[in-house]
Design a protein around this ligand. Structure first.
Ligand code: ATP
Ligand code: MG
Length: 293
Protein backbone atom coordinates (compact mmCIF):
# COMPACT_ATOMS: atom_id res chain seq x y z
CA UNK A 1 0.00 0.00 0.00
CA UNK A 2 2.82 2.39 1.00
CA UNK A 3 4.64 1.44 -2.16
CA UNK A 4 1.63 2.21 -4.38
CA UNK A 5 0.98 5.57 -2.70
CA UNK A 6 4.68 6.46 -3.00
CA UNK A 7 4.66 5.62 -6.71
CA UNK A 8 1.55 7.78 -7.19
CA UNK A 9 3.09 10.61 -5.18
CA UNK A 10 6.42 10.53 -6.99
CA UNK A 11 4.80 10.17 -10.41
CA UNK A 12 2.79 13.34 -9.74
CA UNK A 13 6.07 15.06 -8.71
CA UNK A 14 7.53 14.03 -12.05
CA UNK A 15 5.24 16.34 -13.97
CA UNK A 16 6.25 19.25 -11.73
CA UNK A 17 9.94 18.72 -12.22
CA UNK A 18 9.73 17.27 -15.71
CA UNK A 19 12.06 14.43 -14.69
CA UNK A 20 10.05 11.47 -15.94
CA UNK A 21 8.96 8.48 -13.86
CA UNK A 22 12.11 6.44 -14.46
CA UNK A 23 14.39 9.23 -13.25
CA UNK A 24 12.26 9.70 -10.14
CA UNK A 25 12.18 5.96 -9.44
CA UNK A 26 15.95 5.67 -9.82
CA UNK A 27 16.49 8.64 -7.54
CA UNK A 28 14.30 7.26 -4.76
CA UNK A 29 15.16 3.57 -5.19
CA UNK A 30 16.63 3.23 -1.69
CA UNK A 31 13.38 4.52 -0.18
CA UNK A 32 11.46 1.88 -2.15
CA UNK A 33 13.82 -0.83 -0.91
CA UNK A 34 13.37 0.35 2.70
CA UNK A 35 9.60 0.53 2.38
CA UNK A 36 9.26 -2.90 0.80
CA UNK A 37 11.47 -4.41 3.56
CA UNK A 38 9.19 -2.86 6.18
CA UNK A 39 6.20 -4.46 4.46
CA UNK A 40 7.82 -7.90 4.08
CA UNK A 41 5.67 -10.68 5.49
CA UNK A 42 7.58 -13.07 7.75
CA UNK A 43 4.71 -15.30 8.90
CA UNK A 44 1.66 -15.99 6.77
CA UNK A 45 -1.26 -18.06 7.99
CA UNK A 46 -3.60 -18.93 5.10
CA UNK A 47 -7.10 -20.31 5.61
CA UNK A 48 -6.08 -22.63 8.46
CA UNK A 49 -8.56 -25.14 9.89
CA UNK A 50 -7.92 -27.25 12.98
CA UNK A 51 -10.34 -29.58 14.75
CA UNK A 52 -10.08 -31.89 17.75
CA UNK A 53 -12.74 -34.58 17.21
CA UNK A 54 -15.97 -32.57 16.77
CA UNK A 55 -14.47 -29.39 18.16
CA UNK A 56 -13.80 -27.23 15.07
CA UNK A 57 -11.45 -24.69 16.66
CA UNK A 58 -9.79 -22.83 13.77
CA UNK A 59 -12.20 -22.31 10.86
CA UNK A 60 -10.37 -20.64 8.02
CA UNK A 61 -8.00 -18.41 9.95
CA UNK A 62 -5.78 -16.06 7.94
CA UNK A 63 -3.23 -13.62 9.33
CA UNK A 64 -0.02 -12.06 8.00
CA UNK A 65 2.74 -10.83 10.31
CA UNK A 66 5.34 -8.47 8.92
CA UNK A 67 9.03 -8.73 9.64
CA UNK A 68 9.92 -6.79 12.79
CA UNK A 69 6.28 -6.36 13.75
CA UNK A 70 4.75 -6.93 17.16
CA UNK A 71 1.37 -8.58 16.54
CA UNK A 72 -1.03 -9.13 19.42
CA UNK A 73 -3.79 -11.73 19.18
CA UNK A 74 -6.80 -11.25 21.44
CA UNK A 75 -9.88 -13.40 21.84
CA UNK A 76 -12.00 -15.21 24.40
CA UNK A 77 -10.90 -18.18 26.44
CA UNK A 78 -10.96 -21.39 24.42
CA UNK A 79 -11.20 -19.64 21.02
CA UNK A 80 -7.95 -21.22 19.77
CA UNK A 81 -5.21 -18.66 20.42
CA UNK A 82 -2.77 -21.20 21.86
CA UNK A 83 -3.71 -23.69 19.12
CA UNK A 84 -2.85 -21.00 16.54
CA UNK A 85 0.67 -20.41 17.85
CA UNK A 86 1.28 -24.12 18.28
CA UNK A 87 0.39 -24.50 14.58
CA UNK A 88 2.79 -21.66 13.69
CA UNK A 89 5.69 -23.32 15.49
CA UNK A 90 4.76 -26.74 14.04
CA UNK A 91 3.80 -28.46 17.32
CA UNK A 92 0.29 -28.99 15.91
CA UNK A 93 -0.51 -29.57 12.22
CA UNK A 94 -3.46 -27.81 10.60
CA UNK A 95 -6.09 -30.04 8.98
CA UNK A 96 -6.35 -27.59 6.07
CA UNK A 97 -4.59 -24.44 4.94
CA UNK A 98 -0.92 -23.40 4.96
CA UNK A 99 1.50 -21.60 7.22
CA UNK A 100 4.57 -19.96 5.72
CA UNK A 101 7.48 -18.86 7.90
CA UNK A 102 10.22 -16.93 6.10
CA UNK A 103 8.76 -18.23 2.83
CA UNK A 104 8.83 -21.89 3.87
CA UNK A 105 5.59 -23.87 3.96
CA UNK A 106 5.98 -25.55 7.35
CA UNK A 107 3.48 -28.28 6.44
CA UNK A 108 5.77 -29.52 3.67
CA UNK A 109 8.99 -29.55 5.73
CA UNK A 110 10.73 -32.76 6.71
CA UNK A 111 11.34 -33.27 10.46
CA UNK A 112 15.01 -32.22 10.09
CA UNK A 113 14.10 -28.93 8.33
CA UNK A 114 11.29 -28.21 10.79
CA UNK A 115 13.82 -28.66 13.60
CA UNK A 116 16.10 -26.10 11.91
CA UNK A 117 13.21 -23.67 11.40
CA UNK A 118 12.19 -23.97 15.05
CA UNK A 119 15.58 -22.54 16.03
CA UNK A 120 14.31 -19.19 14.72
CA UNK A 121 11.62 -19.23 17.42
CA UNK A 122 11.57 -18.53 21.12
CA UNK A 123 8.35 -19.51 22.80
CA UNK A 124 6.84 -18.64 26.13
CA UNK A 125 4.29 -21.39 26.77
CA UNK A 126 1.12 -20.39 28.58
CA UNK A 127 1.71 -22.86 31.41
CA UNK A 128 5.45 -22.14 31.59
CA UNK A 129 6.50 -25.70 30.73
CA UNK A 130 9.66 -25.73 32.86
CA UNK A 131 11.59 -28.96 33.36
CA UNK A 132 10.95 -29.74 37.03
CA UNK A 133 14.08 -31.87 37.42
CA UNK A 134 16.42 -29.11 36.24
CA UNK A 135 17.67 -26.08 38.13
CA UNK A 136 16.42 -22.66 37.08
CA UNK A 137 19.64 -21.78 35.19
CA UNK A 138 19.61 -25.12 33.35
CA UNK A 139 16.03 -24.42 32.26
CA UNK A 140 16.95 -20.94 31.01
CA UNK A 141 20.12 -22.19 29.31
CA UNK A 142 18.52 -25.35 27.89
CA UNK A 143 18.68 -24.17 24.25
CA UNK A 144 22.23 -22.88 24.64
CA UNK A 145 23.35 -26.21 26.18
CA UNK A 146 21.65 -28.15 23.36
CA UNK A 147 22.51 -26.06 20.33
CA UNK A 148 25.79 -24.24 21.05
CA UNK A 149 29.31 -25.21 22.07
CA UNK A 150 29.33 -22.78 25.01
CA UNK A 151 30.73 -24.14 28.28
CA UNK A 152 28.37 -24.78 31.21
CA UNK A 153 30.00 -21.86 33.05
CA UNK A 154 29.31 -19.48 30.14
CA UNK A 155 25.71 -20.75 29.74
CA UNK A 156 25.09 -20.21 33.46
CA UNK A 157 26.49 -16.67 33.20
CA UNK A 158 24.18 -15.89 30.27
CA UNK A 159 21.20 -17.46 32.04
CA UNK A 160 21.84 -15.26 35.09
CA UNK A 161 22.00 -12.15 32.83
CA UNK A 162 18.57 -12.96 31.35
CA UNK A 163 17.12 -13.71 34.79
CA UNK A 164 18.43 -10.38 36.09
CA UNK A 165 16.88 -8.61 33.09
CA UNK A 166 13.53 -9.96 34.28
CA UNK A 167 14.08 -8.81 37.86
CA UNK A 168 15.02 -12.29 39.15
CA UNK A 169 18.12 -12.39 41.33
CA UNK A 170 19.92 -15.28 43.02
CA UNK A 171 17.39 -17.89 42.04
CA UNK A 172 19.55 -19.67 39.44
CA UNK A 173 20.30 -22.67 41.66
CA UNK A 174 16.71 -23.17 42.84
CA UNK A 175 14.42 -25.86 41.44
CA UNK A 176 11.20 -24.75 39.66
CA UNK A 177 9.09 -26.21 42.50
CA UNK A 178 10.64 -23.61 44.84
CA UNK A 179 9.30 -20.68 42.78
CA UNK A 180 6.04 -18.73 42.90
CA UNK A 181 3.73 -18.83 39.83
CA UNK A 182 4.84 -15.37 38.68
CA UNK A 183 8.51 -16.30 39.08
CA UNK A 184 8.01 -19.45 37.00
CA UNK A 185 6.45 -17.31 34.29
CA UNK A 186 9.45 -14.98 34.24
CA UNK A 187 11.90 -17.92 34.21
CA UNK A 188 10.02 -19.29 31.16
CA UNK A 189 10.30 -15.90 29.53
CA UNK A 190 14.05 -15.82 30.28
CA UNK A 191 14.32 -19.21 28.56
CA UNK A 192 12.36 -17.95 25.52
CA UNK A 193 14.72 -14.98 25.01
CA UNK A 194 17.98 -16.75 25.97
CA UNK A 195 18.80 -17.82 22.41
CA UNK A 196 18.00 -14.32 21.11
CA UNK A 197 15.65 -15.75 18.46
CA UNK A 198 14.32 -13.97 15.36
CA UNK A 199 10.69 -14.68 16.27
CA UNK A 200 9.17 -14.66 19.74
CA UNK A 201 5.80 -16.16 20.57
CA UNK A 202 4.46 -15.08 23.94
CA UNK A 203 1.40 -16.95 25.19
CA UNK A 204 -0.16 -14.85 27.96
CA UNK A 205 3.10 -13.25 29.15
CA UNK A 206 1.50 -11.07 31.84
CA UNK A 207 -1.17 -13.40 33.22
CA UNK A 208 -0.63 -14.09 36.92
CA UNK A 209 1.81 -11.24 37.44
CA UNK A 210 1.27 -8.19 39.65
CA UNK A 211 0.74 -4.93 37.67
CA UNK A 212 4.32 -3.72 38.16
CA UNK A 213 5.87 -7.01 37.02
CA UNK A 214 3.37 -7.11 34.14
CA UNK A 215 4.53 -3.69 33.03
CA UNK A 216 8.18 -4.81 33.23
CA UNK A 217 7.31 -7.64 30.85
CA UNK A 218 5.50 -5.23 28.49
CA UNK A 219 8.58 -3.00 28.47
CA UNK A 220 10.79 -6.01 27.76
CA UNK A 221 8.62 -7.07 24.79
CA UNK A 222 8.83 -3.54 23.36
CA UNK A 223 12.59 -3.44 23.98
CA UNK A 224 13.17 -6.81 22.26
CA UNK A 225 11.45 -5.45 19.16
CA UNK A 226 13.33 -2.15 19.16
CA UNK A 227 16.79 -3.46 20.05
CA UNK A 228 17.06 -6.77 18.27
CA UNK A 229 14.25 -6.22 15.73
CA UNK A 230 12.49 -9.36 16.82
CA UNK A 231 9.18 -10.28 15.18
CA UNK A 232 6.66 -11.29 17.80
CA UNK A 233 3.19 -12.62 18.39
CA UNK A 234 1.76 -11.97 21.82
CA UNK A 235 -1.40 -13.65 22.98
CA UNK A 236 -3.15 -11.85 25.75
CA UNK A 237 -6.45 -11.00 27.43
CA UNK A 238 -4.78 -8.04 29.08
CA UNK A 239 -5.82 -5.00 27.00
CA UNK A 240 -3.38 -2.66 28.81
CA UNK A 241 -0.60 -4.97 27.63
CA UNK A 242 -2.12 -5.34 24.13
CA UNK A 243 -2.19 -1.56 23.55
CA UNK A 244 1.30 -1.16 24.95
CA UNK A 245 3.14 -3.88 23.03
CA UNK A 246 1.15 -4.22 19.81
CA UNK A 247 1.95 -2.53 16.52
CA UNK A 248 -1.24 -4.24 15.42
CA UNK A 249 -3.90 -6.22 17.23
CA UNK A 250 -5.88 -9.11 15.69
CA UNK A 251 -9.13 -10.38 17.18
CA UNK A 252 -9.87 -14.11 16.99
CA UNK A 253 -13.53 -15.02 17.11
CA UNK A 254 -15.32 -18.21 16.08
CA UNK A 255 -12.20 -19.64 14.49
CA UNK A 256 -11.33 -16.64 12.30
CA UNK A 257 -9.53 -13.33 12.60
CA UNK A 258 -12.42 -10.90 12.38
CA UNK A 259 -10.43 -7.66 12.60
CA UNK A 260 -6.79 -6.50 12.46
CA UNK A 261 -5.68 -2.95 13.16
CA UNK A 262 -3.43 -0.61 15.09
CA UNK A 263 -4.32 -0.13 18.77
CA UNK A 264 -6.17 3.08 17.85
CA UNK A 265 -8.08 1.37 15.04
CA UNK A 266 -9.11 -1.44 17.41
CA UNK A 267 -10.15 1.03 20.14
CA UNK A 268 -12.34 2.79 17.55
CA UNK A 269 -13.62 -0.42 15.91
CA UNK A 270 -17.21 -0.32 14.72
CA UNK A 271 -17.58 -4.07 15.41
CA UNK A 272 -19.87 -4.74 18.38
CA UNK A 273 -17.97 -8.02 18.97
CA UNK A 274 -14.59 -6.25 19.20
CA UNK A 275 -16.06 -3.53 21.41
CA UNK A 276 -17.61 -6.04 23.83
CA UNK A 277 -14.30 -7.87 24.14
CA UNK A 278 -11.98 -4.86 24.56
CA UNK A 279 -14.32 -3.21 27.05
CA UNK A 280 -14.79 -6.49 28.94
CA UNK A 281 -18.59 -6.17 29.01
CA UNK A 282 -20.69 -9.07 30.26
CA UNK A 283 -23.45 -8.28 27.78
CA UNK A 284 -23.15 -8.12 24.02
CA UNK A 285 -23.00 -10.24 20.85
CA UNK A 286 -20.29 -12.62 22.18
CA UNK A 287 -22.31 -13.71 25.22
CA UNK A 288 -25.56 -13.77 23.19
CA UNK A 289 -23.96 -16.17 20.67
CA UNK A 290 -22.62 -18.36 23.52
CA UNK A 291 -26.08 -18.54 25.10
CA UNK A 292 -27.50 -19.94 21.84
CA UNK A 293 -25.03 -22.88 21.71
N1 ATP B 1 -4.27 -31.03 22.19
C1 ATP B 1 -5.58 -30.81 22.24
N2 ATP B 1 -6.45 -31.83 22.18
C2 ATP B 1 -7.79 -31.63 22.20
N3 ATP B 1 -8.35 -30.40 22.28
C3 ATP B 1 -7.52 -29.35 22.35
C4 ATP B 1 -6.10 -29.49 22.33
N4 ATP B 1 -5.55 -28.26 22.41
C5 ATP B 1 -6.58 -27.40 22.47
N5 ATP B 1 -7.75 -28.03 22.44
C6 ATP B 1 -9.09 -27.40 22.43
O1 ATP B 1 -9.06 -26.34 21.49
C7 ATP B 1 -9.81 -25.23 21.98
C8 ATP B 1 -8.94 -24.00 21.96
O2 ATP B 1 -7.90 -24.16 22.92
P1 ATP B 1 -6.78 -23.06 23.15
O3 ATP B 1 -5.88 -23.59 24.19
O4 ATP B 1 -6.17 -22.66 21.86
O5 ATP B 1 -7.65 -21.84 23.71
P2 ATP B 1 -7.15 -20.36 24.04
O6 ATP B 1 -7.82 -19.43 23.09
O7 ATP B 1 -5.68 -20.34 24.09
O8 ATP B 1 -7.82 -20.17 25.48
P3 ATP B 1 -7.21 -19.49 26.83
O9 ATP B 1 -7.40 -18.02 26.64
O10 ATP B 1 -8.09 -20.05 27.90
O11 ATP B 1 -5.79 -19.91 26.96
C9 ATP B 1 -10.33 -25.63 23.36
O12 ATP B 1 -11.65 -26.05 23.21
C10 ATP B 1 -9.44 -26.78 23.77
O13 ATP B 1 -10.11 -27.67 24.59
MG1 MG C 1 -4.31 -20.24 25.59
Amino acid sequence: MYLVSCILFFSSCSSWFNLGILGILAHFRHYFIMLSAAEKTLIEVNDVHKSFAHNHVLRGLSLAIRQGESMVVIGGSGTGKSVLIKCIIGILSPDRGNIFVAGQDIGSLKEKDLYQLRKKFGMLFQAGALFDSMKVWENVGFGLLQHTTLSKKEVKKRAIEKLNLLGLHQIEDLMPSELSGGMRKRVSLARAIAMEPEILLYDEPTTGLDPIRADTINALIVEMRKKIKVTSITITHDMVSAYKVGDRIAMLYQGKIIEVGTPDEIKNSTSAIVQQFIQGKAEGPITQAEAQI
